[in-house]
Design a protein around this ligand. Sequence first.
Ligand SMILES: Cc1cc2nc3c(=O)[nH]c(=O)nc-3n(C[C@H](O)[C@H](O)[C@H](O)COP(=O)(O)OP(=O)(O)OC[C@H]3O[C@@H](n4cnc5c(N)ncnc54)[C@H](O)[C@@H]3O)c2cc1C
Ligand code: FES
Length: 285
Amino acid sequence: MADNTLVPNKDPMLPVAHRVVRVTDEMADVRTLELEPVDGAAVRGRPGQFTMLYAFGVGEVPISFSRTNEPGKVVHTVRAVGAVSRALVDLGVGDTVGVRGPFGTAWPVEEARGRDVVLIAGGIGLAPLRPALEYLLDHRSDYGQLALLCGARSPDTMLYCDELEALRDRDDIEVMLTVDALTRDGTRPWSGEVGVVTELIDCIGFDLAGAVAMVCGPEVVFRFSVRELLDRGVQAPDIYVSMERNMKCATGHCGHCQYGPYFVCKDGAVFSYDQVSHLFDVREI
Ligand SMILES: Cc1cc2nc3c(=O)[nH]c(=O)nc-3n(C[C@H](O)[C@H](O)[C@H](O)COP(=O)(O)OP(=O)(O)OC[C@H]3O[C@@H](n4cnc5c(N)ncnc54)[C@H](O)[C@@H]3O)c2cc1C
Ligand code: FES
């Protein structure tokens, strides 16, 4: 059984030096970094939690664990969107990075034991969901039916393509992939669907009443997924979403990540829909 015991740093504000031991190119501007501590124990997290990754001399950003079942390693998948994330994506094997954490709430993989589970990922949202997926598969007999729905803009922006292809061969999980559009030059063959990920919810082959759903991606994916899931009988407290807000301290002190009555860094980033449903229709919080 994977041990997800949370081992916090003694001082949550103190970055612990980790060395990059492996870099995987996922797609343009997205890389997976595997980190090991320079000295002492690696930061360990539960599925859904995140660390504050510090690119020395540039800055620090929150990044979710994209794998949690490899003791001794911290694994993150990062998309370069600005100065800090670009500096992280440009790191090479042997470089060092600061790691604080783990922070935040986890996907409810323990609470979902004995239940059917649906995972819905949009774009790079598959990275924070992958640890939950791996946990469910590592403990497969503890769960009922499983479904994984992934959407991407185009075939060349589908994350972890090889892993998803391998999963599609399994008969103990329904895996459905879709893209908004095929690449114009057709360079990447595509055997999945074309359309938005939320349309796949209707195609799930089991009754969703009583299921637990975990959703990660752009806010538009949450909104439409939640609506569909509720229509299919999933209860609001059983729908979980991961929220993103700018962060500084990650310890609930600075207020940067405030979202209504919550601090996303400590009350989230994973929330149940009934916690945040009243905030969904508020444009600016
Ligand atoms: C809890 C949590 C978990 C996260 N997990 C991951 C992860 O696993 N992998 C990952 O790549 N990112 C993740 N992010 C997002 C990541 O923290 C941001 O992309 C990063 O902070 C951007 O900082 P920057 O200095 O590189 O860019 P900035 O200078 O802050 O931003 C550059 C531009 O990108 C835009 N931008 C900022 N954040 C995002 C975003 N999240 N999505 C799209 N555009 C954005 C800004 O509006 C701006 O236009 C997570 C965020 C949170 C809160
Ligand atoms: S980042 Fe400081 S309170 Fe959340």
